[in-house]
Design a protein around this ligand. Structure first.
Ligand SMILES: [Fe+2]
Length: 165
């Protein structure tokens, strides 16, 4: 007869076994800031894109900002589940993000290239979050960050593919 596995987590200070919840919440907050800021930038490009690629970029960005908006909610709720406060000020979103504003009117191709760069940078940040989460016994955040990095890497590919010469 097979012996049943004894499913008991290792002894830790917190019942869930997730260590360094402050650091994890802070790391998730950075990605949340990126996600929120890129939601707005994606939406702004959706409104302002012009030229022969209008319809393609307008439609692609619509799916992307909808995904980003939903993800911001998931990330904020993960912070709350870790017992920490989600951001309450737009200044924290602005300061905590690697996404930057661009000046001037951009062509459709420049918009796609700019967004693709942001998606790639956010994916890179998420890879770091995956590592921090794994190191601190937090498979739920690891899973969420893995799912999010897959979205961003795919978004970067699609935006670049759209404007390839
Ligand atoms: Fe729209």
């Amino acid at each position: 007869m097979t012996q049943a596995l004894n499913i008991v987590g290792e002894e830790t200070d917190v019942p869930s076994g997730v260590r360094n919840q402050d650091a994890l919440a802070e790391a998730i907050s950075g990605v949340l800031a990126d996600t929120y800021r890129l939601t707005f930038k994606t939406h702004a490009y959706h409104w302002n894109v012009e030229g022969p690629l209008f319809y393609s970029v307008h439609n692609l960005t619509e799916g992307q900002y909808e995904n980003l908006f939903g993800a911001a909610d998931e990330l904020a709720e993960r912070i709350r589940a870790l017992g920490k406060m989600a951001p309450t000020q737009m200044s924290a979103i602005m300061d905590g993000s690697v996404v930057q504003d661009r000046d001037g009117a951009l062509s459709a191709g420049e918009m796609c290239e700019d967004l693709a760069g942001d998606h790639a940078r956010i994916a890179h940040r998420l890879h770091a979050l995956i590592k921090i989460a794994g190191d601190n016994n937090d498979p739920v955040t690891e899973d969420l960050a893995t799912e999010r990095s897959a979205f961003h890497e795919k978004a970067a590919w699609m935006l670049r593919a759209l404007t390839k010469a």
